[in-house]
Design a protein around this ligand. Structure first.
Ligand SMILES: NC(=O)C1=CN([C@@H]2O[C@H](COP(=O)(O)OP(=O)(O)OC[C@H]3O[C@@H](n4cnc5c(N)ncnc54)[C@H](O)[C@@H]3O)[C@@H](O)[C@H]2O)C=CC1
Ligand SMILES: O=C(O)[C@H]1O[C@H](OP(=O)(O)OP(=O)(O)OC[C@H]2O[C@@H](n3ccc(=O)[nH]c3=O)[C@H](O)[C@@H]2O)[C@H](O)[C@@H](O)[C@@H]1O
Length: 449
C-alpha cells in the first residue's frame, strides 16, 4: 500500500518506520529541510530506542523514503497521514496552523481519491475543519474529487514508541465512510492478526478518545502527587500506599507513580486544550483544571525541598542534577520538570552541574552557553564538588549508587529525589539527608540526625 506521512517528528517518523517495516511503501514529507537532509544521510533527528535500526533497514530496502517536496508527497499515497505538531496556542487551545497547512497542500496537489488520516492530536471537530479546508481549495481549482478525512489518534509513548505502535492495545479509527474503513483495515492488517484491535467509531468520538485517554492518565498522576503531598504531612509513606492501592485491579499499578510532576509534549498541552475545548462549549471542566494546577505545583516541589534543606541559602551553591529529559529513554525536554528546577535555581543564584544519558545536546540547544549551567559527561562528574544532588529523571544509570561514595562527593549531604529511586533507610545509613516525594522519611531536616 502507498502511504504518505506529513511530519517526521516522534509520531510521523515512528509511524513511517513501522508501516514500511510491515511491507507498505511509505513516503515521509517534512517542511524542515535540515531534518529531511539528516534523515537522507541516515542520521536520526531524535533519540528513540530501536528507531535508527528500523529506519535504516527500510530505507535500504527502498520502502521508506523522505522528501520536502509537497506535490510528489501528495501524489504518492492513497492514505495521507497528518502527523504534524499541534502546540498550545496562547490561550491553551490547540494551534491547528500546521494541520491546516497540510490540508491546504493536499487540496492544492491531489488529483485522485485520497483518505486523509489525522494522527495529530486535535480538538473535536478538526476532521470537519480539514475536510472543509480541502473542499474549498479544490473548489478554487475547479476540481470535483472524492476524498475522506478520518481520525486515527496515536497512543504511543516516547521511549517505547516502536513497541507501543506495534503492540498497542487498540487502533482507533473514526470515520463514517466504508471506503476509508476498508483502506484503514488494509493499512493496519499486519497489526490486527491475532485479535481484533481495530475500533471503528464516529470521527468526533475518535478525536475525543485521544484527549480523554491523556487526561485520564494525567489525572492518575496528579491524584497520586496530591496523596504523596498528604502522605508527607501525615507521616505516611506513599510507596506503601502505592502498593496498597495498585493491588486493587480496579485501580491498577500503571501511572500511579508520584514524582516531580508530569512533563513532555503531550499531557500538559492536551489537558489544557481539553479544558479550553470545554470552555468553548460553555462547560467548566473543574477536574481538568485541578489536574493541571496540581501538576504546576508539583513541578516546584524539588526546588522547594532543596531550598528548605539548604535553609534557603542557594546563592553561589552548585547543585548536581541527574536527568534532564522529561522521562527516561528519550532526549525530549519539552515541559520537563528539570527545566522548572534549573530555571528556579538560576533565579536563586545557584549553578547547575547536569548529566543526562541522552538529553545533553537538547539541553545545550535550549539554553545555549551560560556560566550557571555546566553539562558534564557522567553522573560521577556531576556530583564531584557539588553542594547537593537533585534527581529529576529515573534513568537506569541512576538506580544503583554507592551512598557512602556519594556522601564523600557532596559538600552538603543532601539528596533530593524526584522519582523515589532509593530506600530511604539505605541513603540515611550513609549519612546523607534524603528528601524524596511523599515519603515520611523525607521530612527530616538537616541537623536532626
Ligand atoms: N510525541 C508523542 O509522543 C506523541 C505525539 N502525539 C501527537 O502527534 C502530533 C505530532 O507530535 P510530534 O511527532 O511529537 O511532533 P514533532 O514536533 O516532533 O514533529 C512535528 C513535525 O511536523 C513537521 N511539520 C510542520 N508543518 C509541516 C507541514 N506543513 N508539512 C510537513 N511537515 C510539517 C515539523 O517540521 C516537525 O518535524 C501532535 O499532535 C502530538 O500531540 C500523539 C501521540 C504521541
Ligand atoms: O499523546 C501523547 O503524546 C502520549 O502522551 C503520553 O506519553 P509520553 O508523554 O511520551 O510519556 P509518559 O510515559 O506518559 O509520561 C508522561 C509524563 O508523566 C510522568 N509520569 C508517568 C507515569 C507515572 O506514573 N508518573 C509520572 O509522573 C512521566 O515522568 C512523564 O513526565 C501517553 O502515555 C501516551 O499514551 C500518549 O500517546
Amino acid at each position: 500500500m502507498r502511504i504518505t506521512i506529513f511530519g517526521t517528528g516522534y509520531v510521523g517518523l515512528v509511524t513511517g518506520a513501522c508501516l514500511s517495516d510491515v511491507g507498505h511503501n511509505v513516503l515521509c514529507m517534512d517542511v524542515d529541510e535540515a531534518k529531511v537532509a539528516r534523515l537522507l544521510d541516515g542520521d536520526m533527528p531524535i533519540f528513540e530506542p530501536g528507531l535508527e535500526h528500523l529506519v535504516k533497514r527500510n530505507v535500504a530496502n527502498g520502502r521508506l523514503r523522505f522528501t520536502t517536496d509537497t506535490a510528489s508527497a501528495v501524489a504518492f499515497g492513497t492514505l495521507q497521514f497528518i502527523a504534524v505538531g499541534t502546540p498550545p496556542d496562547e490561550d491553551g487551545s490547540a494551534d491547528l496552523q500546521y494541520v491546516l497547512a497540510v490540508a491546504r497542500a493536499i487540496g492544492e496537489h491531489m488529483n485522485d481519491y485520497k483518505v486523509i488520516v489525522d494522527k495529530s492530536t486535535v480538538p473535536v471537530g478538526t476532521a470537519n475543519n480539514v475536510h472543509e479546508t480541502i473542499r474549498q481549495v479544490l473548489a478554487k481549482r475547479g476540481c470535483d474529487l472524492d476524498f475522506n478525512v478520518c481520525s486515527n489518534p496515536e497512543f504511543l509513548k516516547e521511549g517505547a514508541a516502536i513497541e507501543d505502535f506495534t503492540y498497542g492495545a487498540r487502533i482507533i479509527v473514526g470515520t463514517e465512510s466504508e471506503r476509508a474503513k476498508e483502506l484503514m483495515r488494509e493499512c493496519y492488517a499486519p497489526y490486527n492478526r491475532h485479535h481484533e484491535k481495530l475500533m471503528f467509531m464516529d470521527v468526533r468520538s475518535a478525536e475525543l478518545t485521544k484527549y480523554a485517554a491523556n487526561a485520564m492518565l494525567a489525572t492518575k498522576i496528579s491524584f497520586m502527587n496530591e496523596i504523596a503531598n498528604l502522605a508527607e504531612r501525615l507521616g505516611a509513606d506513599i510507596e506503601a500506599v502505592r502498593h496498597g492501592i495498585g493491588s486493587d485491579p480496579r485501580i491498577g499499578y500503571h501511572f500511579i507513580y508520584p514524582g516531580c510532576g508530569y512533563g513532555g509534549s503531550c499531557f500538559p498541552k492536551d489537558v489544557q486544550a481539553l479544558t479550553r475545548t470545554a470552555q468553548q462549549v460553555g462547560y467548566e471542566a473543574e477536574l481538568l483544571a485541578s489536574v493541571e494546577a496540581v501538576n504546576q505545583r508539583q513541578k516546584g516541589t524539588l526546588f522547594n525541598k532543596l531550598a528548605q534543606a539548604l535553609n534557603r541559602d542557594l546563592t553561589g551553591k552548585t547543585i548536581a542534577l541527574w536527568g534532564l529529559s522529561f522521562k527516561p529513554n528519550t532526549d525530549d525536554m519539552r515541559d520537563a520538570p528539570s527545566r522548572d528546577l534549573m530555571e528556579s535555581l538560576w533565579t536563586a543564584g545557584a549553578k547547575v552541574r547536569a548529566y543526562d544519558p541522552e538529553a545533553m545536546n537538547e539541553c545545550r540547544r535550549i539554553y545555549g552557553d551560560r556560566d550557571d549551567l555546566i553539562l558534564v559527561k557522567s553522573r560521577e562528574d556531576a556530583v564531584r564538588g557539588a553542594d547537593a544532588l537533585v534527581i529529576c529523571t529515573e534513568w537506569k544509570v541512576f538506580r544503583s549508587v554507592d551512598f557512602y561514595w556519594l556522601k564523600q562527593q557532596l559538600a552538603i549531604p543532601v539528596v533530593v529525589d524526584g522519582r523515589n529511586l532509593y530506600e530511604p533507610y539505605d541513603v540515611k545509613q550513609a549519612g546523607l539527608l534524603y528528601f524524596a516525594v511523599g515519603r515520611a522519611d523525607s521530612l527530616q531536616k538537616p541537623g536532626k540526625n
